[in-house]
Design a protein around this ligand. Sequence first.
Ligand code: PLP
Length: 462
Amino acid sequence: MIESVEPRIAGAIRSELADQRDSLKLIASENYASPAVLLTMGNWLSDKYAEGTIGHRFYAGCQNVDTVESVAAEHARELFGAEYAYVQPHSGIDANLVAFWSILANRVETPALAEHGVKSVYDLSEDDWEVLRKKFGEQRAVGMSLDAGGHLTHGFRPNISGKMFHQRSYGTDPETELLDYDEVARVVREFKPLVLIAGYSAYPRRINFAKMAEIAHENGAVLMVDMAHFAGLVAGKVFTGDEDPVPHADIVTTTTHKSLRGPRGGMVLATEEFAADVDRGCPMVLGGPLGHVMAAKAVALAEARRPEFRTYAQHIADNAHALADGFLKRGAKLVTGGTDNHLVLLDTTAYGLTGRQAESALLDSGIVTNRNSVPNDPNGAWYTSGVRLGTPALTSRGLGIDDFDRVAELIVGVLSQTEATPTRSGAPGKAKYSIAPGVAEATHKAAEELLGNHPLYPGLEL
Ligand code: PLP
C-alpha cells in the first residue's frame, strides 16, 4: 500500500529493516521493539486530538484515548512502584521539559501566587507577573557534566535547559572516573540549586540514588532522575534498593524506547506532591498527546511487567559485563575500567584513533556504534576519544555472553588494524583513517554469521 503512494518511503522502510537485520547494533540507546509494540503504533488513535488529561480534555470524544492513557499510566505505576505516572511526553527531552516546568511551578510559581493571594497567573497584575517571570529565570540546576556522561538536557547551553537555569555540573573522580558523591555534595552545598539532576547517557556504572536524594534534600533541592538509559534495568529489577531511583527521587523522567524496549517516547514518574504540576505538561510544554504511541507504551509496559522481562534485563547487564571482560582481556582501555550497567565506553586513543575514526571504521565493518566523549576529552565533543557500546538491542536478538566476547574480539580486531591518516603537516588526523585490506570485509562476514543465529523478526518476509 505504501509502495503505491510513495515508493521511496516504502524502499527506505525495507532498507532500514535490512540494515537492522544485517549489522551488529551496539548503540546503547537503541533497541528492537516487539512486533506488538510496533504494530500498535500504526492505527487510527493517531487521528484523534486529546489535549488535556484523562477525563478532562479540551476535545470531545476522547473516551478511547482516556482508556489508552489510563492503562499505560497504570502499568507504569505498577511496574515502577511510582505514586504518579504521566505518559504523554513525546520523547525524553519533552519528559525533561515537563519535569523542569513542574518543579518550577511547584516550587516557584505556587509559593509566589500564595504570596499574592491569587490562584492563577491570570490573576496576577502585569507588574507581579514580571516579578514572577524574573524569579523563574533566577533558578539553578546541577547535573552531571557532559564529558562525564551527562545529557545535554541537564542544564547545558545548547539545550533550552541551559537557558532556563543557571547551571553547574559535577564530574567524576579523575583517578577512578567514578561518580564522586563528595564532589556532588560540595557543588550542591555551594550552588544551592532548585534541582539536582542525576542520570546519564554515557556513564557505565550504577548510581546510589539514596545518596543523591540525601544530598538534594539536605540542601533544599528537588531530586530529578533521568533514567532514560537504564529504565529497562529498573523495570527488570536489576537495579533495586538504593540503585532504583523511583523510591528516592521526587521526579523521574525516562524515554520508553531504549532499554525499556517500547515505542519512541517519554514518560514522567512523580511523587504525589508533583502529580498535579506534571499533569499540566500538555499544553504547558507539550503538543497534543499521541494516542497511538501511548497505546504502544501501554503494550511495552505490559511486556515489561512479565517475568521474561526480568530475565532480559539481567541478560543486558550480564552481556555488558562479558563485553567489558572481552575488551579488557584483549588489552583495551575502558572508562572506569569496566561496567555494571548496560554500556561500555571504550577509549579509542589506545589505538591512536579518535572516536570518530573508530566509529567510521566499525561502521565500514558492519558494527554500528556511536562516538562519545571520555572524561576531560582531548578531542572535544565532535571528534571525541571514545565509542559507546550498549547491549540492550543485541540482547533482544538473543545474543549471550559468548557472543559478546566475540563482539569484543571483532571490534578490537578492526581498531587495531585501523590507522589514522596523518594531516598534510604530518600530525595525526582526526577524521580520515584506513583499515588494513580485507579486515572490514572479513568482520562484516563474521558479524553476519553471528547474527545469522539470531534472526530479527524471523516470521516477517520483507
Ligand atoms: N535523557 C537522556 C539521559 C538521554 O540519553 C536521552 C537521549 O539520548 C534523552 C534524555 C533524550 O531522549 P529523546 O531523544 O527521546 O528526546
